[in-house]
Write a protein that binds this ligand. Structure first.
Ligand code: NDP
Length: 329
């Protein structure tokens, strides 16, 4: 099996030398065990947090050990009737080409015409995150004006489309003109290229003169400050991620305008999607239907080969992806 190990802990933005591609021999299959060949692996921003040696909601990666993350694979040998050869499974055993398992922690993919890798994106964790943040955290209403940062990414692009379908006015911020065009093609009402904006707060005021009722926060820093300045009274902020700070080498200052929370009587709540997983089937049924009806589109950026996994991961922090960043093995 080829595996990607954490070679050293990144200081600041991760670089190729923080990762090492290693070949390891796999054990013989025992009774009840299966051999899985991974076909797709997911790279996700939260993995940057796991590269830091600290206590969090999920344990840190260890140096010299394989980096784990979401993956889809095919059972190629089976001594377990629950996972016959040929079946497709999702696991958290990514960043390796093959693995042996007793089935614990693996989920059989449902029988659907959707491509298997959608279970790492729109039909999986990122899609569920968009839906959870909008409905379960921000309590989205059709009359809301919604601002979404990292809006062309895996979570953001789904959040934009769900909010549009719900009847909302949607403003998305992105890091390039091409991504802005992509969002407009999805029906988003207005876009901001934050790399071009001299003053993000003013750019948001121009894009949403009516003010913001819901901010779906993926970025942090200046984006949060701009959102706070433009929120309407009783607005809600769902704090999903703070990607602009994940590579910071020192603690980042908070927004200078936190008083807006009081003045505007805002609610701000963070969330971790896994705490809401009991609602996944509700989400999957709804999203499956939207996709079948052609109401939602999804984009993927695909790197080829396990030796490209580190590049794909690093690319998340350089905005290399549109939609879900994936590695095809
Ligand atoms: P994306 O597909 O959105 O990829 C990351 C994107 O973030 C890049 O494409 C880039 O787009 C943007 N970005 C990178 N660096 C910066 C920066 N310094 N400032 C502004 N934008 C930046 O990733 P995901 O959809 O998987 O994740 C989006 C957010 O959601 C992340 O913060 C992630 O941690 C969070 N998340 C939280 C979960 C939870 O349970 N709370 C679950 C899943 C994700 P651009 O070119 O526009 O800059």
């Amino acid at each position: 099996s080829q595996q990607v190990h954490l070679a050293s802990r990144p200081e600041g933005t991760p670089s190729a030398d923080n990762f090492e591609l290693v070949s390891v021999a796999l054990p013989e299959l025992k009774e009840g065990e299966i051999l899985v060949q991974n076909t797709w692996i997911s790279v996700d921003p939260y993995m940057r947090g796991r590269m830091i040696d600290r206590k969090s909601y999920i344990p840190p990666f260890q140096i010299g050990e394989v980096l784990e993350g979401g993956a889809i694979g095919e059972v190629v040998q089976s001594n377990n009737p629950d996972f016959p050869a040929g079946s497709k499974v999702s696991s958290m055993l990514g960043w390796r080409s093959h693995f042996v398992s007793d089935g614990n922690g693996l989920t059989l993919l449902p029988n659907t015409p959707l491509p298997e890798q959608t279970f790492l994106g729109i039909m999986g964790m990122p899609g569920m995150t968009a839906w959870t943040g909008l409905f379960r955290i921000a309590e989205l209403k059709p009359t809301d004006t919604v601002f979404i940062s990292a809006a062309s990414g895996a979570v953001g692009s789904i959040a934009c489309q769900i909010a549009k379908m719900h009847g909302c006015t949607v403003i998305g911020s992105v890091g390039s003109e091409e991504k802005a065009q992509y969002l407009l093609s999805l029906g988003v009402d207005a876009t901001i290229n934050y790399k071009e904006a001299d003053n993000l707060s003013q750019a948001l005021a121009d894009a949403a003169p009516q003010g913001i009722d819901v901010y779906f926060e993926n970025v942090g820093g200046e984006h949060l400050e701009a959102a706070l300045n433009n929120m309407n009274d009783y607005g809600r902020i769902a704090v999903c991620g703070l990607i602009s700070q994940y590579n910071a080498t020192e603690p980042q200052p908070g927004p200078s305008n936190m008083a807006m929370l009081i003045i505007k009587k805002l609610k701000m709540q963070g969330f971790i999607v896994f705490d809401h997983w009991a609602h996944y089937s509700e989400y999957a049924q709804q999203m499956g239907q939207w996709i079948a009806e052609g109401k939602v589109k999804y984009e993927e950026t695909v790197y080829q080969g396990i030796d490209q996994a580190a590049e794909a991961f690093i690319g998340l922090f350089e905005g290399k992806n549109k939609g879900k960043m994936l590695v095809k093995l």
